[in-house]
Design a protein around this ligand. Structure first.
Ligand code: FES
Length: 155
């Protein structure tokens, strides 16, 4: 249907990229449509915990404090010591659990999307969403914040 691949057509999972690409690029952005018909950006990020079930996790590209994108065009997601840095107020989210215990977004968890890594490949395996395309959501190429939203932090 209009080039959109549904899960039924893709036998339950859709190959996104490979683990090495996520590691080398630091993060990897794609867009899905959720069960309510809303397009959502999702980021793949490396998870380096020894006990982690997967070397890659996927989170909706939106801070839990405000509607601020975590992955920004031409910058990507900023990750330090296994934590995603929110570009607006600097809260840190664990790449493996999505949990935040600091700053404005403290005691919240990013919205997860199910992915599976197998033999170095990363597959979307979340029955609640449909893969649309790599990269940013169409028509939403700003950073989801005010024009000076990056001015609070220096990297
Ligand atoms: S918008 Fe992310 S911490 Fe405020």
């Amino acid at each position: 249907m209009n080039g959109v691949k549904t899960f039924g057509e893709m036998t339950g999972r859709y190959r996104l990229t490979d683990v090495e690409t996520v590691r080398s690029e630091g993060s990897w952005l794609f867009t899905v449509r959720d069960e309510h018909g809303t397009d959502e950006e999702v980021i793949l990020v490396p998870c380096d915990d020894d006990d982690a079930e997967s070397p890659v996790e996927a989170w909706v590209n939106r801070c839990t404090h405000e509607a601020q994108r975590l992955y920004r065009d031409e910058v990507g997601a900023v990750i330090r010591d296994g934590e995603i840095v929110c570009p607006k107020h600097g809260s840190l989210f664990d790449t493996c659990s999505g949990d935040c215990d600091n700053g404005e977004a403290a005691e919240t968890t990013l919205v997860s999307v199910d992915v599976t890594a197998e033999e170095g490949q990363v597959y979307l395996t979340d029955d609640d969403v449909t893969f649309l395309h790599d990269g940013a959501s169409d028509g939403d190429d700003d950073d989801g914040g005010t024009p000076d939203s990056t001015s609070h932090l220096r990297f």
